[in-house]
Design a protein around this ligand. Structure first.
Ligand code: NAP
Length: 539
């Protein structure tokens, strides 16, 4: 790519600098061009796709159906692209990301292999100074952080890791060339969404697979299948209404709520409703089956009992099944996973569950994992240990606003944003799917699209009205943070030890980071815009 030289506004290199070339960054670039703004994307990786570029572990699929996990902004794009599987695998999703880049000719404005290190506001000139590895400082009127919610793997922090002589992999940084585990003794640490998808495939190859489980997750069979042409044609015909329904749904994925309470129906009816989700591989649908499922302990217990029974059906050894069943964990407050043969994998002779909640890891040695009650010898170690989610990628960059305000100080007790879109004292700096917005509690593509379009509309408004800067009012931001907490506190979410709460990263403030409610959130954003950017100061 050429250096950042496009000049739209005097005194800056570029109108808009976008950080990240995942879905959000790519669509933002497209929207900026439509507005006649000069825009450049800085991307750490060598290609587009964001998390779908970095994650390429075996078995990876999206947990949102492919027909919905796709852009809706361009009718022709929607009609010309045909998904082949119900839950698309990573290679197909990455092909789609590359198709977006090619179709809209985006690459010429993306600088790859460019990790942004600092984003600092120059108050006197009212512009942002962006520093990146291997690039001269660049200036812009606006910065859009499209850095993703699941970008930075969390530190593994197990003593002795550097001594291990075998191969080490992380699901979030998987090599481009496929890994062959044939004949190997493999250890997988972690049992979240990533591990649950990778484990069945690794088990098929490995001589022996040891799964180190500290906290089990609930998982539903994905029931993935090839998509029939008739089904795809139907979806394409009905895309407008489907998308519209998704946009105003609680989780951004159309699914019915059958009753306000699980206790409004008898047990047989409830089981039938849960079966409809479980037997059709619909994790998001399960979460919204009843209005109180995510809010009442007693209501949630019915789903816990149901899923425990379904796990017992899939595991031959009853004692092993009990270890795989989450205990004292609310259904849905920790990400519900989808799997293809996960529980059945534990029926194989070459797979052993190591319950490290009972028998913790003491250290990693040259030859394996040392547990309190003995050593497990290994040739390969796979970490599926998750992310410093939602705030990790933003706080990895030195972001400073007005008066030298540092984002890391402002967020020391947890992220504070105005609707996950902007922060007070950081004028003209936007975040796509930032904390305080539905983001990870939604269909990400839908939420990305909504944010990009809100930002584009805002930039258009500023152009039209001759405004130079926009930033949230501190008071409005405080109100939003309180509202996010209020909504969260009316549910069971804050009681889970999950990455939604920052609980997976030692020392991270325990704050519920996303906003629950895709539809209500969209309506609130629309109201803000209609009221002339209520809660924001434009100057
Ligand atoms: P995760 O859900 O955070 O799971 C990490 C796992 O590693 C947990 O079981 C955790 O146990 C364990 N762990 C972490 N540190 C450990 C340590 N030091 N020692 C032992 N165990 C440790 O991470 P993930 O599986 O990568 O998934 C993250 C999110 O990415 C998902 O929730 C989902 O939103 C997204 N994702 C989606 C898909 C999909 O669309 N199908 C696939 C993959 C990922 P503890 O809970 O005890 O800490």
């Amino acid at each position: 790519m050429a250096e950042l030289s496009a000049k739209q506004s005097p005194g800056v290199d570029t109108d808009v600098i976008i950080v990240g070339a995942g879905w959000g960054g790519m669509y933002m670039l497209h929207q900026c061009r439509k507005l006649g703004l000069s825009a450049k994307v800085l991307e750490k990786g060598p290609s587009v796709g964001g998390t779908w570029y970095w994650n390429r572990y075996p078995g990876l699929r999206c947990d949102v159906e492919s027909t919905l996990y796709s852009f809706s902004f361009d009718h022709e794009l929607e009609q010309e692209w045909t998904w082949t599987e119900r839950y698309a695998a990573q290679p197909e999703i990455l092909r789609y990301a590359n198709h977006i880049a090619d179709r809209f000719d985006l690459r010429r404005d993306i600088r790859f292999n460019t990790a942004v290190t600092a984003v600092r506001y120059d108050e006197s000139k009212k512009l942002w100074r962006v520093s990146a590895e291997g690039m001269a400082e660049s200036t812009a009127r606006f910065v859009v952080m499209a850095t993703g919610c699941l970008t930075v793997p969390k530190d593994v922090n197990i003593p002795g890791l550097e001594q291990f002589k075998g191969a080490v992999y992380h699901t979030a940084r998987w090599p481009e060339t496929p890994v062959n585990f044939s004949g190997k003794r493999v250890g997988v640490i972690g049992t979240g969404s990533s591990a649950i998808q990778a484990i069945p495939i690794i088990a098929e190859q490995a001589k022996h697979l040891y799964v180190f489980q500290r906290t089990p997750s609930y998982s539903l069979p994905a029931k993935n299948r090839k998509l029939e042409s008739g089904f795809v044609a139907d979806v394409k015909r009905n895309y407008d209404s489907l998308r519209q329904e998704a946009r105003y749904h609680l989780v951004g994925i159309p699914a019915p709520t059958y009753a306000a309470s699980v206790f409004d129906v008898d047990e047989a009816t409830r089981t039938k409703i849960f079966d409809a989700c479980y037997d059709n591989g619909l994790p998001f649908a399960l979460m919204v089956t009843f209005g109180d499922l995510l809010a009442s302990e007693e209501a949630n217990q019915t789903a816990q009992d149901y899923l425990a029974r379904r796990i017992r059906e899939r595991v031959n050894d009853p004692e092993l099944a009990e270890q795989l069943i989450p205990k004292g964990q609310f259904v849905g407050t920790r990400r519900l996973c989808i799997d293809t043969g996960y529980y059945e994998t534990f029926n194989r002779d070459n797979v052993t569950l190591k319950n490290i909640a009972k028998n913790p890891i003491k250290s990693i040695t040259e030859t394996g994992v040392q547990l309190v009650d003995g050593q497990v010898d290994l040739d390969c170690l796979v970490f599926a240990t998750g992310y410093d989610a939602m705030t990790g990628a933003l706080l990895a960059i030195d972001i400073r606003g007005e008066g030298g305000a540092q984002l890391k100080d402002r967020w020391a007790a947890g992220p504070r944003t105005m609707m996950g879109l902007m922060m007070a004292d950081f004028p003209n700096l936007f975040t796509i799917t930032g904390p305080g917005s539905p983001s990870v509690l939604s269909n990400m593509v839908l939420s990305i699209e909504q944010h990009v379009e809100w930002i584009a509309e805002c930039l258009k408004h500023m152009q039209a009205s001759g405004k130079q800067t926009i930033e949230p009012l501190a008071e409005a931001q405080d109100q939003w943070v309180n509202h996010v907490n209020e909504v969260a506190n009316s549910t069971l979410f804050p009681r889970g030890n999950t990455w939604y709460m920052g609980a997976n990263v030692p020392g991270k403030p325990r704050v519920f980071m996303p906003y629950l409610g895709v539809g209500p959130y969209r309506t609130l954003c629309e109201e803000v815009t209609a009221a002339g950017y209520k809660g924001f100061a434009l100057s």
